[in-house]
Write a protein that binds this ligand. Structure first.
Ligand code: HXC
Ligand code: NAP
Length: 281
């Protein structure tokens, strides 16, 4: 889809880049010529992924074990990565989430998810942003959000609150830092199979099947589809796209919006025929 030097010379940090969608985006960025930096809390997982990605792409991959909730640790990570030269692209992908009835959540549960998603995104963005502004370095940030960031969702309320905050940050800083040539965009992916998300959000087979069927296109998204969209948005070819929230979900969010959309899954051919007015003879 792209020329393989699309991201040549770019230094990209993907938070939570050792697993799932972060790993797939990182691989794509490496294939397109970028140098990759990844962080996460688990050192062994980072090392394993870095080795795998180096082997697969012959690219440069550096890691730093870091909990993005810990602002001092984030600062140390960014300082270390900056020794190679300024980062050009930040993908805020690290997240925490699980389904629960909201009345069952402890304060610690809210803090865990909001801490990772909202404060983590703020911590890494500010550590990079202050350096970009000081050095007058052109850069861009891509935030991985969710389809429910604008409208909210029951049963994932801490995540909905945090992702809404991330979207507000995306749109606010797109304007405030746009004049410094620092772009901000966000993607809202629909369900894409990963161990991290599916084990916590669709832990029962029936829920997974229900989620798949809810998609107008009858399937989940793929890692490649997300990675290609991300690669375009962080590339210089998307230089005039700033402050956008791009939903990539096969139309699933819209399906929930139309009052009659569910009928397509409910009514049989016979029922549709029975509803039609009889031909006047
Ligand atoms: C209720 C829960 C819970 C659950 C944890 N807690 N899991 N409460 N239901 N399923 C509570 C704990 O009891 C604890 O409460 C508090 O939350 C913190 O839990 P810890 O395990 O101590 O936190 P921590 O080790 O920081 O782990 C964070 C985590 C965990 C979010 C809870 O799941 C995690 O590490 N997740 C990272 C990966 C991830 O979530 N990936 C999915 C992203 S998918 P107390 O009261 O003891 O403090 C996504 C969008 C998907 O975001 C959209 C799909 C369409
Ligand atoms: P995942 O594999 O669980 O990815 C989450 C990553 O974040 C992990 O690598 C995890 O590594 C890291 N992380 C979690 N807490 C962290 C912390 N405190 N500090 C640093 N890193 C932390 O799940 P995924 O499905 O790929 O999710 C990736 C992104 O896509 C998330 O933003 C998620 O909200 C979004 N998303 C996913 C889907 C989907 O269907 N998969 C749909 C919509 C949006 P450690 O555990 O080692 O820290």
């Amino acid at each position: 889809m792209f020329q393989n030097n699309l991201l040549a010379g770019k230094r990209v940090l993907v938070t939570g880049g050792a697993t799932g969608l972060g790993k797939s985006m990182g691989k794509r960025f490496l294939e397109l010529g970028a140098s990759l930096y990844i962080c996460g809390r688990r050192k062994e997982v980072l090392a394993e992924t870095a080795a795998e990605l180096r082997q697969a792409t012959s690219g440069t991959v550096k890691t730093f074990a870091c909990d993005v909730r810990d602002a001092a640790r984030v600062e140390a990570m960014i300082e270390t990565f900056w020794q190679d030269g300024p980062l050009d692209i930040l993908v805020n992908n690290a997240a925490g989430n699980f389904i629960a009835r909201t009345e069952d959540l402890s304060t610690g549960a809210f803090e865990a998810v909001i801490g990772i998603v909202l404060m983590g995104t703020i911590n890494v963005t500010m550590a990079c942003g202050r350096r970009w502004l000081k050095e007058k370095h052109h850069a861009n940030v891509l935030n991985i959000s969710t389809t429910y960031a604008e409208l909210g969702s029951g049963y994932v309320v801490p995540s909905a609150i945090a992702k809404a905050g991330v979207l507000a940050m995306t749109r606010s800083l797109a304007v405030e830092w746009g004049k410094h040539s620092i772009r901000f965009n966000a993607i809202g992916p629909g369900a894409i199979p990963t161990e991290g998300a599916f084990s916590r959000l669709l832990p029962v087979k029936e829920l997974e099947e229900q989620a798949r069927k809810h998609s107008p296109v009858g399937r989940f998204g793929t890692h490649e589809e997300l990675a290609d969209l991300a690669a375009f948005l962080v590339s210089d070819h998307a230089g005039y796209i700033n402050g956008e929230f791009i939903i990539m979900d096969g139309g699933a969010l819209l399906k929930g919006a139309g009052s009659f959309n569910q009928f397509g899954d409910m009514l049989t051919d016979e029922q549709w025929q029975a509803i039609r007015p009889k031909k006047k003879s």
